[in-house]
Design a protein around this ligand. Structure first.
Ligand code: ZN
Length: 242
């Protein structure tokens, strides 16, 4: 029943914004790093908690361990967009969806064909030299002979354009996200429990009365939403769009 309501909302609006979390990518077999089964809760061989390894200080001090962990647990090079990514790309082509705002770093929305994607936590597909700012692809990082990828121009260390712990979000991306959310008619929030910064704070900028929550479990915002669907997001979005 709720899916029909969502279908109606989508068909009647041309100002939809989507805000997504890790749950959007789990159906592409990328683990939710914060879930109970996620890597944050698995013991690792490094002897440091993942939150420590994925911090700015650790990157600077133990770059080798960072890269070993990063390449083996954060990169899913063969992951493909799922039904949720494809449905959102279709909505953008139809002129109904204004922006995808994501906390994921996997680039799957762009792979599905979405053009206006705001990546709050950066992307594994962008990497740059810390000395001369030269840009590098994900392949360059993965194919590097050394564990730490080095700039071919100046020999500097290359850093992924991914927001690490202790680092600030890109203000430009954050401001654009706030603008889209505050102007949206329909806000669809998917694959996030809305308990972790900055997700929860961003939703507060939404002023409309058509908030849709798609998540496997309940969220603190359920009572504020017009539609809550606790089901697989790929299935829900495919049905709602077609
Ligand atoms: Zn360089």
């Amino acid at each position: 029943m709720s899916i029909h309501l969502l279908k109606d909302l989508i068909s009647q609006s041309s100002n939809i914004v989507f805000f997504g979390g890790a749950g959007v990518s789990t159906e592409s077999n990328i683990p939710d790093f914060r879930s109970e089964q996620g890597i944050y809760n698995t013991k690792n061989k490094y002897g440091y908690p993942p939150e420590v390894i994925l911090s700015h200080t650790f990157f600077i001090r133990h770059t080798e361990i960072f890269y070993d962990f990063y390449k083996t647990t954060m990169i899913y090079k063969d992951a493909k967009p799922n039904k949720a990514h494809l449905a959102l790309a279709a909505l953008e082509r139809q002129g109904k969806l204004k922006a995808v705002i994501t906390q994921n770093i996997d680039g799957l929305h762009q792979m599905a064909g979405s053009k206006n994607v705001l990546e709050l936590h950066g992307s594994i597909h962008r990497n740059y030299c810390m000395k001369c700012a030269e840009k590098y692809s994900l392949d360059y990082i993965l194919n590097s002979q050394d564990i730490i990828p080095k700039c071919s121009k100046c020999g500097g260390t290359i850093k992924p354009d991914v927001v690490l712990y202790e680092e600030n979000l890109d203000m430009n991306v954050l401001e654009k996200s706030i603008e889209y959310i505050s102007k949206a008619e329909v806000l669809i929030v998917g694959g996030t429990s809305l308990t972790v910064y900055p997700a929860a704070g961003l939703i507060d900028y939404y002023k409309g009365d058509k908030l849709v929550l798609l998540n496997k479990s309940s969220t603190p915002y359920d009572r504020r939403a017009s539609i809550v669907i606790n089901d697989r997001i790929g299935k829900v979005m495919e049905e709602a769009v077609n």
